[in-house]
Design a protein around this ligand. Structure first.
Ligand SMILES: NC(=O)c1ccc[n+]([C@@H]2O[C@H](COP(=O)([O-])OP(=O)(O)OC[C@H]3O[C@@H](n4cnc5c(N)ncnc54)[C@H](OP(=O)(O)O)[C@@H]3O)[C@@H](O)[C@H]2O)c1
Length: 324
């Protein structure tokens, strides 16, 4: 039987409606008891999504004693504040990526959670797809040899019609392509290298001076391995990665959003012995909420998962600085 927890959803968000609420139900990872919205959307959202309790403020949801864990789906710039308040209220927290926009805020979360005895985790769902376990296996069993290079990209076409109000284009909300989509390749680099980079270089494109980046590229060095990525709001959807070692290479054609193809991911492995294609199926959002509920039930976070969150937060800040 899968682990479960009693959930409250903070923010009447698109991602919660489209992915995470259905995933909690698919995974039997607990009951969704409540939703809160600071902009008056809670009652309609609760009715549409079949959620029992609707709150007009996030504080009211945090005061609900039946809510054990919260899923925070607010704009990036609001994550740190609401993680802090949720932890202070004794709630476990699954927070959308990127967990915070400033490493100092993550250090504060670390201090607060150590005292509160709750679990905080970042909602990087791709980490939970079995293709990532397969990639880890190829790296650790010697199939790929020593790591030489990683390249990854994530692009999509953001709706820019006039009047389209999007937190991704709002600097004050922690918008920009690096934080919205570039965070995935950067997280993958940390997952593959289990390290923080020794060197970081970056370039950004902005439509107006001082505004959010809408296209971003980075080149990083992790010991003797190099890593490159690009991302944007301006191209048809693309989410690929290639990991190259001294003995072979593997290409993952849907590394971050395998769910767009029913959960099936393809890995193409090329070594001296030939070319092999593997199809790996998984439900990454369901696996993410199940893993989180399991950590809550065990009363402890997954240290490797948290170390990756720490590395990614620090690396994103260095990349933003490098392109400033
Ligand atoms: N893991 C994934 O696959 C995935 C995919 C997409 C997004 N995300 C992440 O999920 C989070 C939410 O993204 P989303 O696309 O779902 O966002 P969204 O629906 O546009 O907004 C989410 C919530 O943020 C609040 N909000 C929106 N605009 C605001 C503004 N201008 N000022 C203050 N608050 C505002 C609203 O909360 P109230 O209801 O309280 O008003 C809204 O319900 C982000 O951190 C994003 O990076 C993750």
């Amino acid at each position: 039987m899968s682990a479960s927890t009693a959930w409250g959803v903070i923010g009447a968000a698109r991602i919660a409606r489209q992915q995470v609420i259905p995933a909690i139900r698919r995974a039997s990872a607990g009951e969704i008891l409540a939703v809160s919205s600071a902009s008056g959307k809670a009652h309609a959202y609760a009715a549409e999504e079949g959620i029992e309790r609707a709150y007009g403020s996030h504080e009211e949801l945090l005061a609900d004693p039946d809510v054990e864990s919260v899923y925070i789906a607010l704009p990036n710039g609001a994550h740190a504040e609401w993680i802090g308040k949720a932890v202070a209220a004794g709630k476990h927290v699954l927070c959308e990526k990127p967990i915070v926009t400033d490493p100092a805020d993550l250090a504060a979360v670390e201090r607060a959670t150590a005292n509160a005895g709750v679990v905080v985790a970042e909602a990087f769902m791709y980490r939970h797809h079995p293709q990532v376990a397969e990639l880890r296996r190829l790296l650790t069993d010697g199939t790929l040899g020593d790591l030489v290079a990683v390249e990854a990209r994530l692009h999509f076409a953001l709706d820019r019609r006039e009047g389209a109000d999007d937190i991704r284009l709002d600097l004050a909300q922690g918008g920009g392509s690096l934080l919205d989509v570039g965070c995935y390749p950067v997280d993958l680099f940390g997952l593959v290298t289990r390290a923080e980079p020794d060197e970081v270089h970056a370039v950004a494109v902005r439509e107006r001076e001082g505004d959010v980046d809408t296209r971003f590229a980075g080149a990083l060095r992790y010991g003797t391995a190099v890593a490159t990525f690009d991302c944007s709001f301006d191209a048809p959807f693309r989410n690929t990665a290639t990991v190259i070692g001294t003995k072979g290479a593997v290409t993952l054609s849907d590394v971050f959003r395998a769910d767009r193809h029913g959960g099936t991911a393809s890995l193409v492995l090329e070594t001296e012995t030939g070319r092999q294609e593997l199809a790996v199926e998984g439900d990454q959002y369901a696996a993410e909420v199940s893993a989180f509920a399991g950590w809550v039930r065990q009363g402890r976070r997954d240290e490797a998962d948290w170390a990756l969150t720490t590395a990614t937060t620090a690396t994103l800040a260095r990349l933003a600085q490098a392109a400033a």
